[in-house]
Ligand binder design. Structure first.
Ligand code: FE2
Ligand code: FE2
Ligand code: FE2
Length: 167
């Protein structure tokens, strides 16, 4: 891989992180009553997304949807089958209960993502019609549910009100 391709990948990772970090900072600024600072963090976060997407496109990692679905399945599968189980073990050994919780709910939800994507992948491969359904996301754990929000999140126990419809 060329040095520039490596740099594009690293810059994509950094810009992606800056986007989420600034959204977290904006939320905190709002909680602390700094609405103008929150606005600036959100604007910068939007700009970091533009940078991240430019880098990813230019490095050549946005392919056809059929390929992207497969890439996503393998990423999600790696996360729930190997990355998170390893992280959970270490967090347990280190007695970091919050990290255990965070890794654990993420791992369970990545498995759900892999399953939802696999269903779509099968439909694509067999040229079946792709169902038109809404997805609901749990604000607490990220659980992703097709159709309608459950009364209680089966991953984290949150109530129905914690789910929002993704668009
Ligand atoms: Fe940037
Ligand atoms: Fe995921
Ligand atoms: Fe949840």
């Amino acid at each position: 891989m060329s040095e520039t391709k490596k740099n594009l990948k690293n810059a994509f990772a950094g810009e992606s992180q800056a986007n989420r970090r600034y959204l977290a900072f904006a939320k905190k600024a709002e909680e602390e009553g700094y609405s103008q600072i929150a606005k600036l963090f959100k604007a910068a976060a939007d700009a970091e997304t533009v940078h991240a997407l430019n880098h990813l496109r230019i490095v050549g990692e946005v392919n056809s949807t059929a390929d992207n679905v497969k890439t996503a399945i393998s990423g999600e599968t790696h996360e729930f089958k190997s990355m998170y189980p390893e992280f959970i073990d270490i967090a347990n050994q280190e007695g970091n209960k919050q990290a255990v919780w965070s890794f654990n709910v993420a791992s369970k939800v990545e498995k759900i993502h892999a399953n939802l994507l696999s269903k779509i992948n099968t439909a694509l491969e067999t040229q079946q019609k792709i169902e038109n359904v809404d997805y609901f996301v749990c604000k607490i754990c990220g659980n992703t549910v097709e159709g309608s929000a459950p009364d209680k999140c089966p991953i984290c126990g949150a109530s129905k009100e914690q789910f929002f419809k993704s668009n």
